[in-house]
Design a protein around this ligand. Sequence first.
Ligand SMILES: O=C(O)CC1=CCC(=O)O1
Length: 269
Amino acid sequence: MQFARINDVTIHYQVIGAPADRPVIVFTNSLGTDFRIWRDVVVRLAGDFAIVLYDKRGHGLSDVGQLPSSIEDHATDLAGLLDLLSVKNAVVCGLSVGGLIAQSLYQRRPDLVGALILCDTAHKIGAAESWNARIAAVEKDGIGSIVDAIMERWFTPAFRRPENTAYSGYCNMLKRQPVEGYIAACEAIRDADFTEAAKRIAVPTICIVGDQDGSTPPDLVLSTARLIPDARYEVIADCAHIPCVEQPEALTAIIRAFLTSIPPGDTNR
Ligand SMILES: O=C(O)CC1=CCC(=O)O1
């Protein structure tokens, strides 16, 4: 296990492969998950890429840190981690709130970002009222009280079968996130808006979405792709909000095709 102290926060991370020798892909997570969600993608990419995974503050084994925290705080953490690892010009793959963090990282430290893979994310996610209602429910009754409703957004009915042990494992992952960290991330998402910043993204970018995503539906992700100059857009079939878990093979194929199509020199490839 690897831990680093960044911005006064203990961050849990993992590096697979040698960043000095290979193109680097950095994965940044969604709300209520830790970096184990990327496993089935990482096993398909390791060998060709160096991979950086981490638990954002308030999730997994990382500290919650000072409250409140913003998407910019998350981006500053990620910048600190990449500086520590001497990684520049990385391919940054952000899932959901991870995609907001990736957009903020690009805005603040463009030297760190060579390409963006924006997965089931948008320039702005959800309305303030719905985030406030979720925060109130979690404050009152805990994360366990919202698991069933959230799982309907994360996974298709085919994945949510009771006999699917992976499904019960991901319910556990959500329930076991630190409640203050989860609420802080909801507040950060509620307050983030990259509508204007998205128009200024000037690195190769692809926006990817599951066809049944209940949190950032295809229409929303398409509207983000349309804001970003020359961004590509791909839909994954039979998939909801977490394609690295539900359709890892399809997601990996899209990532590989995208990275192959970028002219050498545009990223650290
Ligand atoms: O929990 C959800 O609704 C899904 C989600 C929204 C932002 C994020 O990171 O995950």
